[in-house]
Design a protein around this ligand. Structure first.
Ligand SMILES: [Ca+2]
Length: 204
């Protein structure tokens, strides 16, 4: 009996581990034609998998994905980037990214794109360094863009003790858990200001 239970437990654990939370397929041609490459994690340089400056279309199987013209997620440049998300969402890349994508990464929790959180980025359009927060935090990080994942709303504060100038950010659809994209500081009311603390829920 115990052995049977143990085997069942192992199988259920394996089943959970095999579940893919984020995946995207890149295609060489438009409309899913030609060579393809399935990606399930961050790729800092698409040269490493033979797909640099090659993709013309994509299908997001699951998750929120950011594609960048430069390697290292546009860490050192403001070259074009684009975001794509959903489940089985397919599209051609616009001309600014077509056959130019050199790195890509997903947004939000490794366990699923609808987990509540705020993903912060050091450059506009989700480039550069990043932090993903799932609860209240004091930060020392100049935020240039952000994505709200899940169903919760959040308050951003200019002071470290959850006080002073503050704004509320939200998913694009709270009841469905559709992400909210803020591409630059002005989009979240923090142009020329620094976020120093973050808290779940909106406070007037
Ligand atoms: Ca490129």
């Amino acid at each position: 009996m115990w052995i049977k239970l143990a085997i069942l437990l192992v199988f259920s654990l394996v089943g959970q581990k095999a579940q893919i939370s984020h995946s995207i397929i890149l295609y060489e041609g438009t409309q899913g034609w030609g060579d393809s490459l399935k990606i399930e994690n961050y790729v800092n340089d698409l040269n490493s998998v033979g797909f640099n400056n090659k993709a013309s279309s994509l299908c997001v199987e699951d998750g929120i994905w950011i594609l960048y013209d430069a390697p290292s997620y546009n860490m050192y440049s403001d070259l074009p980037s684009g975001y794509f998300w959903g489940e089985d969402y397919c599209t051609d890349l616009a001309h600014d990214l077509r056959q130019k994508v050199s790195s890509l990464r997903y947004v939000g929790s490794p366990f699923g794109y609808k987990v509540d959180g705020v993903h912060l980025y050091g450059r506009p359009w989700f480039g550069g360094t990043e932090i993903f927060l799932t609860g209240e935090a004091r930060i020392s990080f100049l935020v240039k863009s952000l994505v709200v994942t899940g169903k919760s709303v959040w308050t951003l504060y200019e002071k470290q003790d959850f006080s002073g100038y503050h704004v509320c950010v939200a998913p694009s659809n709270s009841s469905s858990g559709y992400p909210g994209f803020y591409t630059k500081e002005a989009d979240f009311g923090f142009a020329g200001r620094k976020i120093r603390s973050i808290q779940k829920d909106c406070f007037p």
